[in-house]
Design a protein around this ligand. Structure first.
Ligand code: MG
Length: 251
């Protein structure tokens, strides 16, 4: 698949899709409290998506059994919502969500601290989020994909964190995952040239310890190999003639 360039009409649909997803993320925040299970969070979030007239795009994607990926602590991504998993005080909770609005996908992830977390956990969250913003400083027409990857990687490397290499960001549009792949670390090749109308899901996944990850036997949940904490931050963005537009974050 080549990288798709969206028309004005498609961009408007992507924008609306992104704005609705932002609403879902924000709507879920009050529920991320000690005592709730990740299954309950998934259910509440799915209801929100459907009440907005949208479809959860993660549900059944490759057989994924939830509408949200909810990953705790050393779980990096793709945590399966479960009645057995109860949110506790001190948890790092990663909520990855996506929806389809009129055929157009959006994708965004946030990391939340529940109650008091350690200073190092707090810094990991902040650096992961900031690495996204460092990356998109280069998300401008005429630049190349690797300019974004390099900037994300360089920022996280300053803190000696483990930047996950086995999972990457991606193009997005009428499919959840489109070309190009967007690594969070520098590549040998400069990658595709950025053109207005490209929509990209940029998503640094960063570990407090080593970058290595492993897949659990459930075939979905990705955890850090060394058991260290992990953080995730993602938005769907639009390449424009000027500054990039963050479709899943308007405030
Ligand atoms: Mg994504």
């Amino acid at each position: 698949m080549s990288v798709t360039i969206k028309t004005e009409h498609e961009i408007q649909l992507m924008r609306e899709s992104g704005h609705l997803l932002e609403k879902v993320h924000d709507g879920l925040i009050p529920y991320i409290k000690p005592g709730i299970t990740t299954k309950e969070l998934d259910h509440i979030g799915e209801e929100m998506i459907r009440s907005l007239g949208c479809i959860p795009n993660f549900l059944n994607y490759g057989g994924f059994p939830g509408s949200f990926c909810i990953s705790l602590n050393d779980e990096v991504v793709h945590g399966i919502p479960s009645e057995e998993k109860v949110i506790r005080d001190g948890d790092l909770v990663k909520i990855d969500a996506g929806l389809i609005y009129k055929g157009y996908h959006s994708d965004a992830a946030r990391t939340y601290a529940v109650g008091e977390v350690s200073q190092e956990a707090r810094q990991l969250m902040d650096v992961t989020r900031q690495s996204f913003f460092e990356g998109i400083k280069y998300a401008k027409a005429g630049n190349h994909l690797n300019d974004i990857s390099k900037a994300i990687g360089a920022y996280a490397a300053k803190y000696h964190y483990g930047i996950v290499r086995d999972l990457v960001g991606h193009g997005i549009g009428t499919h959840l995952h489109e070309d190009p792949q967007i690594p969070n670390f520098p590549q040998k090749r400069r990658g595709v040239k950025l053109i207005p109308g490209m929509t990209l899901a940029i998503e640094p996944m960063i570990n407090l310890g080593r970058p290595d990850v492993v897949w659990l036997d459930d075939e979905w949940t990705v955890v850090t190999m060394d058991g260290s904490l992990s953080a995730h931050y993602e938005n769907t963005i639009l390449i424009t003639d000027g500054e990039p537009e963050i479709l899943t974050l308007t405030k």
